[in-house]
Ligand binder design. Sequence first.
Ligand code: MN
Length: 301
Amino acid sequence: MSIDKFEAKTKDVGGIPVARLLPQPKRRTIGAWCFLDHAGPSEFDEDSLGLQVGLHPHCNLQTFTWMLEGEVWHQDSLGYRQLIKPRQVNLMTAGTGNQRGISHTEQTPEGVHDLHAVQLWIALPMNKEIEPNFEHYPELPEWTESGIDYILTTGSYLGHKAPTTQFSELVGVDMQFKQAQVFSIEKQPHFEYGILVLKGELTVNGIKYCADELAVLSDCANATGELDLFATEGTHLMLLGGEPLPHPTVIWWNFVADTAENLVKAVEDWNNGHARFGDINLDGTILTRLRAPEVPSKFLK
Ligand code: MN
């Protein structure tokens, strides 16, 4: 097993500063998890509109929102409009291939002045025919064990199972520590894992990780050496794991594909208003339709 430490880059998403942990130049994915933003915790000014993300498309991925504080309206081209609240997951499936896609908006509701969320993408297995969909999970398995409060957002963990739809094997576990303690994680030998610190301090084999730092555990089947884990009181972690996909994934803007040519096609289709991404009527809203930037030439070797 190898352990690598990654720090976040700060980005602006719809007016909110976020800590981006994936993708990294030296680490693209953890299993099929291919994008990881930690947004907030943020308090908005009274006159701020909070998060306002205009209409944008996705393909060959699922957006996975794990809400911790605040609320966000989701609206998509399939006709779903869903408010997400703390301890809930929104899962939007863009579908696979060159003929499928989805588009959506995200907005802080009027009167809401905070936001804390983990925003993830899951790359879809592009060797499967997967249709676009949207699912909302208002209740997830929650339990307390050995001083740790767990919420299982997807997959199976310590005998619990989340209802969340999966197209490749994944796990996502929210963990909060009531006291300082050593602990262990349940590992599958064919998974890769990441542990993101949302708050507090984690120690992995003597190396400290603070908020917005990510420990990535790979080659887990080769279990040489111990994994010593320690968290301080009040620490809040997100454990992510998954089985690597059988094909490469490339990411540009809001698109995932298996080849750069398919990224170029997605950019052209969206900017030309192709029906694969659907539409939402933005009349009477402050939102705009976002234009996709051209795929950089470095992708097209
Ligand atoms: Mn999106």
